[in-house]
Design a protein around this ligand. Structure first.
Ligand code: DAT
Length: 174
């Protein structure tokens, strides 16, 4: 029996907007496989130096792409990362940029333990819609969608929409 074709979905946006929350639940509801790039890098030690300013390891982008390429070719992956221009364009059938109001994002990141420059820079990243612009430059505009991610109602609506989109995609491609 031939495996059904399934789409690859990218969930991106500033840290704290809700990618992980959405991605894990989406995987449950669709049967697609959720991959958190931060966790993948940690497990495989896919790092390329250390960023002293932000006190965090620097992602080995080529290493991450090599690690995932085969699975992405097969399809059915949900990728979660706070950046999007490191991935090959051909990987994704749809890209969602989650967006959160900055006062709320500030609170979420503060309770995650972010302080000082790291907290400020991340909130500014959201205000300047940095990741949205990155996505619009890296992917065909027609596949890039912004999703509000401020409330549990937003989460539920986003889930419903993406589940529906996924089911339709599978119908159309099999
Ligand atoms: P990310 O993976 O983008 O860093 P997360 O999924 O870890 O974000 O969520 C950050 C925090 O915000 C976490 O405490 C859960 C909460 N959250 C996520 N989505 C939300 C939503 N739609 N409404 C309210 N809170 C949400």
């Amino acid at each position: 029996m031939k495996m059904k074709k399934r789409p690859n979905i990218l969930l991106t946006g500033t840290p704290g907007v809700g990618k992980t929350t959405l991605g894990k639940e989406l995987a449950q509801r669709t049967g697609l496989t959720y991959v958190n790039i931060g966790d993948l890098a940690k497990e495989g030690q896919l790092y390329d130096g250390y960023d002293e300013e932000y006190q965090c390891p620097i992602l080995d982008e080529d290493g991450v792409v090599d690690e995932l390429d085969e699975k992405m070719e097969e399809g059915g992956m949900i990728v979660d990362y706070h950046g999007c221009d490191l991935f090959p364009e051909r990987w994704f059938h749809i890209v969602f940029v989650l967006r959160t109001d900055n006062t709320q994002l500030y609170t979420r990141l503060e309770s995650r333990g972010y302080t000082g420059k790291k907290l400020q820079d991340n909130v500014q990243c959201e205000i300047f819609q940095t990741i949205y612009e990155e996505a619009m430059e890296a992917y065909n505009h027609e596949i890039v969608h912004q999703l509000p991610s401020n409330s549990p109602e937003d989460l539920e609506q986003n889930l419903d929409q993406i589940v529906q989109w996924t089911e339709q995609w599978i119908k159309d491609h099999n």
